[in-house]
Every structure is written in C-alpha cells, then in structure tokens.
Design a protein around this ligand. Structure first.
Ligand SMILES: Cc1ncc(C[n+]2csc(CCOP(=O)(O)OP(=O)(O)O)c2C)c(N)n1
Ligand SMILES: [Mg+2]
Length: 620
C-alpha cells in the first residue's frame, strides 16, 4: 500500500506517480483495482455499469464473480473481507442495482468491515432529471458509509480508487462507495497513478501515550477482579497474538463480544467465551456480578469486575442490556481507534484513543519490564465456580415433541429428535474446530456462536450489528473464494437461507465449495422465542411452512438445491446425522444439508432487551 505523505512539490512527478497510456475511464478503474491487489470482484451488470464489465473482461488479474442478486454480491464481498482483512469489492449498476447493495453496506458499516462498492451512475447530464434507473446512491448511503465519492472527472478515477481502498482498510475499517457516471467511464485520458496518498485531515494512525498505558497498568495492580472485554477491534487490528500474550502475562480472564469471537481462543482457561444477551452466564456475571431475585428485591450474591479493560469494543446494547447497570461497580478503561466510540454508550474512567495492536504491544513491553505482582487467585476461583455451575448446556425435553413437524415425523420417538445445538456440537467435532463458520440471523446464529468453539480470528463471520438475515450463504461464498484451503460452512436458518437462496447458482457455476447447513425449524425461530416469552406464544406471521399442508416440510430445499445442480440431502433422525454431516464435509462441491429441528427450543442464556444480568434466564 502507498504510504501517507505530505506532497512535496520539489519531488519530480515521475517519482511520485506513474502515468499510463491514454485509455477509457472504465479501463482506468480496472487498472487501479489491479494496483490495489484486487483479485476478486462480485459484480452484477446493467446499463450504467456494462462499460465497467467490458473492461473487467480484459483483466488478467481479477476474477469477476456474478452473484445472482446484488445483495448476495455485497455480502460475498463482506465474507471475503472478514475472512482476509483485505477490502472486499462489489459492483452494481445504477438505480435498483445500487439500492440492492444498501443492506450490505449498512452491514459493513455497523461491523466495521472494509468494503469498496462501485456503482454505475447515469451520465452526468442526466443526473437530477429522474433518468431511467437514476438513484442518488451517494446521498442514499451517506449515513452508512465511511466515505463516498461521485466521480465527476475521468482524471480523478485513479486517485479516488486509491483513496477508497486506503480509507476502507485503515483506521477503523468500513465501506466506501465509488459512484461513476457512464459518460465518465467512457471518456479517455492518460491516468496518473500516484505512489503516495495525501488525505488532509485523515490520520488513521492513532497511538496511545505511555502515561495512559502506565495508568492502565496501575489500575490492574490495584484491582482484585479485572476482566478483559474485547471485540471486533482486536480482529480488525490484527492484535490477537498481542492479546493472548497480555492476558497470559496478567492472568486476566477474557470475554469477547460476538464480533470478537475468535480474537481469543475459546478453549483457553482464561476464556469466558462471549457475553451479552445470549452470552455465557459466567461472562455476564464476571462483568456485572451475580444476583438473586427474592420477590421484588434483587440481591447481589457476588460482585463482578472491579476493572473492565474494554479493548476494541463499542458497548453495544446487545452486550450491555441496561447500560447503567453494566459493570456498574467497575473502573472502565476503554481503548479504541475511533475517538467517537469513547464515552458514547458508556462513560469510561480512562478513555484512550489508539490502535489496539500498538497499545497491547506497548503494554506487553511495560509488563515484561515490570511484571504484574497480583495473581488474582480468588477471582479465578470465583470464575471457575461460575463456569462449573452454569456451563452452556441444553436438555432434550418432552417439549420438543410439541413441534408439529416433530409430531408428524417422529411418531413420538423423542430419542430421534435432532436438537439444533447437537448439530453444531457435532459439526465442531467433525471439523475439529477448524472450519470457518458463517451464519444467518436468528436462533441458529446464537447456537453457532455457542456450541462451536472458535480458536482463531476471522473464523466466525456473522452479521452482528445489523443482524441481516440472508447474510450466511453469500458470505460463505466470499470466504471460500478467499480461503479455498479451509472448510467453510454456513450455519443457516430456513428463513435466513431463503433470503439469498439464488446464490446456490453462483456457488455451482463458479465452483465455490461452501456448504449450507440449514437448521430447519419451519419458523422464524428467534421471533417465535420472543412470542413465547412476551406474547403468550401468539404466532404473528412467524410460521414458514404451508398452513394448508403442515405435514410437509416446506419449502423443499433439497429439490431447490438440485435444480441448481447443487447436491443436497435432508436429515430428520438423529441416527442419520453424523454420516450426513460427514458427507457434506467430504464434498468438494457446494452442498446443502437440510436438518429438520424442533421450533420449541429457546436460546439460553437470555437477558431480555434493556434488562440486567439479574434478570438473566439460563439453564440451571
Ligand atoms: C432482513 C431481516 N428481516 C427480519 C429480521 C428479524 N428477524 C430476526 S431473527 C428472525 C428469524 C430468523 O429465522 P430463521 O432464519 O429461520 O432462523 P431461526 O431463528 O429459526 O434459527 C427474524 C425474522 C432480520 N433480522 N433481518
Ligand atoms: Mg428457522
């Protein structure tokens, strides 16, 4: 990547830039993408972008993948980015093509994923005239992008592409839109490819000062119950190794956010797994304390953290619940590269703006010179007791046979029922915890987070901040393109999978061997769970089957997959599950496995929205 410098007029232009031969704007775009190292683009053509596609056909370096819906393309670009850390690239035509990218951009924005989205635009002289397929994608996406450009001069294309990648990938990553009117794509000029980047006012290299870091160490020395609460920032900042070293040197237990899954190995004795609404009881207790309800009174049984080291996190409401009660009695050190996150959702006692890799590396150096004397043994005893008392667990109850499709197919034999949690546990076993997992949104997503144990960063790819159903399969395609060496499995829901089912075609035609594992409960399970808890089980349009024929599993995903020439299978009985999963994993093609599960299971633990850990429901 080019380095940021202040442009020096004294350096001759030839040293600062390379001037290419005269070519069309569309070819300049492709040449600029190649210079950024782009090897894959997920692009769906149309009138305003076919010029760009023509140029892509001339590229020897870029693989153009045709998704079957622009949303699939945007999610695939995100999957690619999440799996690698490099910007994922997607492209669409103007109007409906561009608006179909919007959900993916919002998703990348909320989860800080580097994405460059290129859109064709109507010719400049038509802008503002209500031209065919004209939408103001620049205006539409303003609140959900890190930055955006409307290119108005062919001479700007090379510079803008370079800046777009720089902005998307540095500091706190995020999506960047580059909107290019058709006439600009067609104009010809000699491109100037700069070797430097000069972006006034953009300084992504934030470094904590030693005073603040020393103060952090002082707070650790003074604390008795410290907890590391770490998030996606650790993964985006490539700081997992530094985190591991820091946690081991200080012996501070680690809980991650959903975005932080994989930032710290979950099998490590210091891991408390993930926290929040569906996080482990022990992580939530470790942060906010353990409580007992007695009538209307809430008694604190054991205190939570007295020091919270919040690194690369944003105190999301799915983590904090009622934010005032979150780690109420702890001192908070909050380190983030984005200053706007500090004191936004939760005031910090010590807010520090920094690249987290730098901060952790510096903290590790300081600790190496002057080791922490505290051992926190009482605290470890307490967290071990919590872990032993409330592990993640589930039970097979008679309740599952209340699921209509279970009654219809099991003949009362609950021993053959496949619970969704079992599927994930078995997947973990059969993949030895090495697969990259993507998910849709819903109960299956939470179980995929809970019952698979993650050990490396960029292993769990999920739509966390936006919670966008339909994310799982296209994201798996993007991840598999980026990491063909890895098993990539989309653990999906029947509702979520259906939202981007057309990507089965992309998988087959492009020979992308990602797997779709559908936990098919015939319902919008997560909404059903809330109906059961808060609306006396009244079903408000959450059944996905055919009400006229409830005995049939609907739709028939296996037949659907086969129509795309994607091999597929359905399993309904526990005795068949292991072999079926193994066949899915052994396939070197894309593959769909439809696993029929009851809809009566609830995701536990559960802290209802806006409540506190005192109101956590968990499997006792
Ligand atoms: C695009 C979109 N629409 C609606 C929702 C609201 N929503 C959240 S979870 C959920 C149910 C998902 O059902 P399914 O994919 O079958 O997963 P399950 O909970 O059954 O495992 C819904 C409708 C959403 N998150 N995203
Ligand atoms: Mg479902």
């Amino acid at each position: 990547m080019s380095k940021t410098t202040t442009e020096s007029k004294s350096t001759p232009i030839r040293e600062r830039a390379e001037v290419g031969p005269t070519m069309k704007g569309s070819d300049i775009l492709v040449a600029a993408l190649e210079r950024e190292g782009v090897d894959t683009i997920f692009a769906y053509p149309g009138g305003a972008s076919m010029e760009l596609h023509q140029a892509l056909t001339r590229s020897k370096k870029i693989r153009t993948i045709l998704p079957r819906h622009e949303q699939g393309g945007a999610f695939a670009a995100e999957g690619y980015a999440r799996a690698t850390g490099r910007a994922g690239v997607c492209m669409a035509t103007s109007g409906p093509g561009a608006t179909n990218l919007v959900t993916g951009l919002a998703d990348a924005y909320l989860d800080s994923i580097p994405v460059v989205a290129i859109t064709g635009q109507v010719p400049q002289h038509m802008i503002g005239k209500g031209a065919f397929q004209e939408t103001d994608i620049f205006g539409l996406t303003l609140p959900i992008v890190k930055h955006s450009y409307l290119v108005t001069d062919v001479n700007d294309i090379a510079r803008i592409v370079q800046q777009a990648f720089h902005i998307a990938q540095t500091g706190r990553p995020g999506p960047v839109v580059v909107d290019i009117p058709k006439n600009v794509q067609q104009q010809r000029t000699q491109p100037v490819f700069s070797k430097e980047i000069n972006l006034r006012g953009y300084d992504p290299e934030k470094k904590a000062d030693d005073v603040a870091l020393n103060e952090t160490i002082g707070l650790i020395e003074k604390s008795d119950r410290p907890v590391l609460y770490v998030g996606g920032g650790i993964i985006a900042g490539n700081a997992s190794e530094e985190l591991l070293r820091f946690a081991e040197a200080t012996q501070i237990p680690v809980t991650t956010t959903l975005m932080g899954i994989g930032a710290f190995p979950e099998s490590h004795p210091l891991s408390l797994r993930w926290l929040g609404m569906h996080g482990t009881a022990y992580a939530n207790w470790a942060v906010s304390g353990e409580f007992k309800k007695q009538g209307d009174n809430v008694l604190k049984v054991a205190p939570g953290a007295d020091l919270l080291l919040a690194f690369g996190v944003r105190f999301d409401d799915r983590v904090t619940g009622k934010v005032e009660k979150f780690c109420e009695t702890g001192t908070i050190v909050h380190i983030d590269i984005d200053a706007s996150e500090l004191n936004k959702n939760k005031p910090a006692n010590l807010p520090i703006v920094s690249d987290i890799k730098y901060a952790l590396r510096r903290l590790n150096e300081m600790i190496q010179n002057r080791p922490i004397r505290k051992k926190f043994s009482d605290w470890h005893k307490q967290t071990a007791e919590w872990k032993a008392r409330a592990p993640l667990r589930y039970r097979v109850t008679e309740e599952v046979l209340k699921s209509q499709h279970m009654r219809d197919h099991m003949g009362g034999n609950s021993a053959e029922v496949i619970l969704p949690q079992m599927v994930i546990e078995l997947l973990y076993e059969l993949t030895r915890g090495e697969a990259i997992i993507t998910t849709g949104v819903g109960q299956h997503q939470m179980w995929a987070g809970q019952y698979y144990q993650y050990k490396f960063p960029r292993q769990f790819l999920t739509s966390a901040g936006l919670g966008a159903m339909g994310y799982g399969f296209p994201a798996a395609l993007g991840a598999k393109v980026a990491r063909p060496d890895r098993q990539v499995v989309d653990v999906d829901g029947d509702g979520s999978f259906l939202m981007n089912v057309q990507e089965l075609a992309t998988a087959h035609i492009e020979r992308i061997a990602a797997k779709a594992l559908i936990l098919n409960n015939q319902h919008l399970g997560m909404v059903v769970q809330w109906e059961d808890r808060f609306y006396e089980g009244n079903r408000g349009h959450t059944y996905l089957g055919d009400p006229e024929n409830v005995k049939q599993i609907y739709p028939d995903f296996v037949a659907m997959a086969k129509s795309f020439n994607v091999p597929a299978e359905r399993v309904m009985f526990r005795k068949d599950l292991r072999a079926a999963l193994q066949r899915m994993l052994d396939s070197n093609e894309p593959y769909l496995l439809d696993v029929i599960t009851p809809y009566t299971e609830h995701v536990l633990p559960f802290i209802p929205t806006g409540r506190t850990v005192a109101e956590m429901i968990y499997q006792e």
